[in-house]
Write a protein that binds this ligand. Structure first.
Ligand code: TMP
Ligand code: ASP
Length: 234
């Protein structure tokens, strides 16, 4: 699949058109950002590690019946995906309190939750991705009711399958962010599933194996991503 025109360059990936109007190439970069882009850096080989991790996870989710935009991984930094009309909502799923939830609710990171939490954020860098709810989504026409239902159903299934997947590999899936889009009338899981957008803790030591190592200057960032790749390939 040949890359043609650059369509969009994001913080961690570049999107290219291809000779097939239904397909795009997602190119994974090494750049890392946090706090709405205010913190910037490079994680060596992150693009390669994330492409491999995400491809493995999308293949696994597809095998469980989850519909994703994943088509193929033709090279270390390239993923062929179906072209989507992106729904401008970030869906965050939380199993354990951490990050912004711990701050907002004043609870320790690692505190258990009585149930899984789903949150929605409006995808807008200039606004800093504000949190929204179903009423905002409807009022601003960000997604159809049926689309929202499919996103929620898919997010909960992804959570169930991925929690099991990581648990078998000695990792706790604390929380994660998903993005969805529409392809030929169908809602598909898009973007990527990588340590950039998930919190992953070692089950035994509770050590962080995700982008919090970069956000909080904990060191050994590349090593943690490499360890996640090793585990997901088991
Ligand atoms: P938070 O605790 O900062 O709200 O993040 C929850 C999860 O969502 C965490 O796994 C990181 C992920 N996330 C992103 O991937 N992108 C974002 O812009 C934000 C705010 C969170
Ligand atoms: N990646 C996002 C940003 O750069 C937020 C984050 O993951 O912390 O703004």
């Amino acid at each position: 699949m040949k890359r043609l025109e650059k369509l969009y360059e994001g913080k961690a990936k570049v999107l290219y058109s291809t000779d097939n109007p239904d397909l795009l190439v997602q190119y994974f970069k090494d750049s890392a950002t946090a706090f709405d882009g205010r913190k910037k850096g490079i994680i060596r080989e992150k693009g390669i590690l994330n492409n491999k991790i995400s491809s493995r996870i999308f293949r696994y989710l597809e095998s469980k019946g989850i519909k994703t935009h994943f088509v193929d991984m033709p090279s270390d930094r390239e993923m062929v995906v179906k072209r989507l009309r992106i729904i401008p909502i970030e869906v965050v799923v939380r199993n354990i309190a951490a990050g912004s939830l711990s701050k907002r609710m004043g609870v320790d990171e690692g505190a258990p939750l009585k149930n899984t939490i789903i949150e929605f954020y409006y995808k807008s860098d200039p606004l800093g991705d504000p949190m929204i709810n179903e009423y905002h989504i409807k009022a601003f026409g960000l997604a159809e009711k049926a689309e929202l239902k499919q996103m929620e159903d898919s997010a909960l299934k992804v959570n169930k399958y991925l929690s099991e997947f990581f648990d078998e590999r000695g990792i706790i899936l604390v929380d994660f962010k998903l993005e969805f889009g529409v392809h030929r009338g169908e809602v598909l899981l898009g973007d990527e599933i990588t340590p950039d957008g998930c919190r992953l803790w070692d089950k035994e030591t509770k050590e962080k194996m995700d982008k919090d190592r970069f956000r909080r200057d904990l060191g050994k960032v590349e090593e943690a991503y490499r360890e996640v790749l090793k585990k997901v390939m088991e």
